[in-house]
Design a protein around this ligand. Structure first.
Ligand code: B12
Ligand code: SF4
Length: 623
């Protein structure tokens, strides 16, 4: 019997039983001592490659979740420590040390004294479950008496599993209100049961208290930053290709100004996790936090963690103006994507004035029916209005996100996404393969899509590098040519009203990326110098993580030749590097035979197969 089934069968409906279980469980622990907050490694550790780490190709996000939790514990009168094992692992990989030993050494150090602190761990992604389990087991051995609490997006989707794995309490949804209510109950200040709490009763049965989404957002986390090496995250990785674009030596931080999203897209967990509506922090508080980071830690680049950054038009314009005024040397980006329909000329002006270097737009599909089915808060007309407007702002690098392979999505509908990418003509197109995430409308409607298969897919598809480099991620490198799977331009023969196999989908995905981002990228023929320059910076940032990829070097060679700022020798060096890499790889020779990408090394843009010409025009709006 699976953990999920167990949970459904044994859930205790009687509130009195719940209270009894909560009381019994909390009576076993002391909640008034120190709190140790642990960020687990954000990668499966066996995937870490030191060459990628040296290129700072891994994501190195400061643990924003733990900063907020630390602030709430501080307000409750408790002292906290933040132990970032993810940072330790990345630092070790970079220095050529053993990442496993590095995080264990840091954990040992964190528990060097005799106390049994309260331990909080966060689980954001399914794909980091293996790291989470390792750390949990290790810490449990170090501190068998301690209470271990967990929370986060992935923990919210699967509390039972974590409890059976040895966590004492799982908190679902945002942690601030839940912890506040928990302490009020534990301290006898309220007899209202804590919310969002899951635990096992004495008999090992799953028990859950009432679930409530939302939390106040006005927390001052400035004093918490001294508990993490905030000045040094840029030394061990990056936030996104945007942060790499401005240079890997620029100290960066993340910030959140709004929680929740006005939309409720069926593939996304935000509505179920954060609840309805959007909660906005005051401009003054956000700027005070940014200014604190700017003044005290030399932070010069920010990225927003917001899911709906442009919510409250006047408020966001005010915030961008305040940034322009108060953070004179800082740049920013929005890697998490904004809603196309929310972008106005006034917002774009304010973004540019506050030194935005780029942002992503979530369109997800170029097919009107798919957009409607997934409840996307943008239609194609609005997206094209935005993309037309975007041409007047060439200093900001703009990328659009598409998802391919929604349950039941037909190849003909995916072709509309390709056409919309070409018509939109933004700087970059991210084509993501659909991931079936728990706690989303689609997951609830389609279940696990067949015997736990989706779960496996969710894990295998969320490899960190595939989201940094949407074109590759090593996914195809070891693939032999597969019989019955069309590749290159031939995937067009598969276009039609049917769903593709997973293998075929990967090849369609590759061709979309290659044509839209390499052969048809605006940098190839733009007459806007800033756009060409940004295109080069973007590709250079990407190619540092993929030095063996000759297609990137070939395009870089072509774009540099256009810009005309490299010396003859430098250009020749780039050309040679690409040619050598093509020669060294059967895989890339095959791709070159399909797309003639090496023609760029002769300063020629290869022709796009004539069978694709109809799809280079956008027709979905006319149908
Ligand atoms: C930054 C970010 C990333 C970063 C990585 C962040 C990191 N730490 O390493 C990058 C860009 C790498 C990334 C990648 C991906 N991401 Co992402 N990401 C985010 C984002 C935008 C912000 C996360 C954040 O810091 N939030 C702010 C903090 C304050 O919130 P929080 O972490 O949820 O913490 C609160 C609660 O969870 C709770 N809590 C957390 N821990 C604990 C512990 C205890 C004890 C308690 C009491 C409470 C508690 O309290 C905290 C304060 O309220 C979120 C969306 C969002 N706005 O949250 C998506 C999000 C987490 N990502 C998501 C997805 C889908 C992905 C990708 C799969 C996307 C892709 N196509 O590849 C990949 C997967 C990467 C992987 N490792 O497997 C999904 C959720 C995934 C899921 N588990 O279902 C989210 C929710 C976005 C969405 N719209 O659906 N992501
Ligand atoms: S707009 Fe983005 S964050 Fe909002 S619900 Fe849709 S996918 Fe999620």
């Amino acid at each position: 019997m699976s953990a999920e089934q167990t949970a459904i069968d044994l859930r205790i409906p009687d509130p009195a039983g719940v209270r009894e279980a909560v009381d019994a469980k909390i009576s076993g622990f002391d909640f008034e001592g120190e709190v140790v907050l642990i960020q687990v490694p954000q990668f499966p550790l066996d995937m870490l490659e030191s060459s990628t780490a040296r290129g700072r190709g891994y994501f190195a996000y400061p643990p924003q979740n733990l900063l907020y939790l630390s602030a709430i514990f501080r307000e409750l009168g408790l002292t906290t420590r933040i132990v970032d094992l993810n940072y330790a692992v990345l630092r070790a990989a970079l220095d050529g040390d053993d990442p496993e030993q590095a995080w264990q050494a840091l954990a040992d150090e964190a528990f060097a004294d005799d106390s049994s602190p309260l331990i909080c761990m966060s689980l954001m992604f399914d794909s980091t479950s293996s790291s989470f389990d390792k750390v949990l087991n290790y810490v449990r051995k170090l501190r068998p008496q301690s209470c271990i609490m967990a929370g986060g997006v992935a923990a919210t989707a699967e509390p039972e599993k974590l409890l059976y794995d040895g966590v004492d309490f799982v908190f679902s949804h945002e942690g601030e209100s839940a912890l506040d209510r928990f302490y009020a109950y534990v301290r006898g200040q309220s007899d209202q049961l804590p919310i969002n709490l899951s635990l096992l009763d004495a008999g090992g049965n799953f028990v859950q208290t009432n679930q409530e989404q939302g939390s106040p957002v006005e927390f001052d986390i400035r004093s918490e930053y001294k508990k993490i090496p905030i000045k040094r995250y840029h030394e061990v990785g990056c936030l996104s290709n945007f942060s790499r674009m401005i240079g890997t030596d620029v100290p960066y931080a993340t910030i959140i100004s709004r929680r929740g999203c006005r939309a409720r897209c069926s593939f996304c967990g935000v509505r179920n996790f954060n609840g309805k509506g959007v909660r906005v922090r005051s401009t003054g508080d956000v700027i005070a936090e940014m200014r604190h980071l700017y003044d005290n830690y030399d932070i010069r680049h920010f990225d927003w963690l917001d899911d709906d950054l442009l919510y409250d038009r006047d408020g966001i314009v005010e915030l961008f103006h305040a940034m322009a005024e108060n953070l004179p040397e800082a740049t920013w980006a929005a890697n998490n994507g904004v809603i196309a329909a929310a972008v106005t000329p006034e917002i774009l002006e304010a973004m540019q004035a506050s030194r935005c270097i780029g942002f992503k737009i979530g369109l997800e599909s170029g097919n009107p029916n798919v957009l409607k089915d997934v409840h996307k808060p943008t239609n194609l007309k609005k997206f094209f209005e935005f993309s037309d407007l975007a041409r007047d702002y060439p200093t900001m690098y703009m990328a659009v996100n598409f998802i391919m392979g929604f349950p039941g999505e037909q190849v003909s509908q995916m072709m509309d996404s390709f056409s919309a990418a070409v018509r939109g003509n933004l700087d970059w197109n991210n084509f993501y393969l659909y991931q079936h995430l728990k706690n989303t409308e689609l997951f609830i409607a389609h279940g696990s899509m067949g015997g736990g298969d989706a779960e496996d897919k969710a894990r295998t598809n969320s490899q960190p590098m595939s989201s940094l480099n949407p074109v590759r991620g090593g996914m195809f490198r070891n693939d032999d040519e597969k019989t019955n799977v069309l590749s290159g331009y031939d995937v067009i023969e598969y276009a039609g009203d049917h769903t593709p196999t997973r293998e075929q989908l990967k090849e369609i995905w590759f061709t979309f990326n290659f044509v839209a981002n390499f052969l048809n990228t605006p940098a190839i023929d733009t007459d806007q110098e800033e756009r060409l320059r940004n295109g080069i910076q973007w590709l250079e940032a990407l190619s540092r993580s993929y030095p063996d990829d000759p297609s990137m070097t070939a395009l870089l060679y072509y774009l540099h030749a256009r810009l005309g700022e490299l010396s003859k020798e430098e250009l020749a060096g780039l050309q040679k590097r690409s040619r050598d890499a093509f020669r060294a790889s059967d895989y890339w020779q095959r791709r070159d035979a399909e797309f003639s990408i090496s023609a760029l090394l002769e300063n020629t843009v290869p022709d796009i197969d004539s069978r694709w010409h109809d799809y280079m025009k956008f027709t979905a709006l006319d149908r």
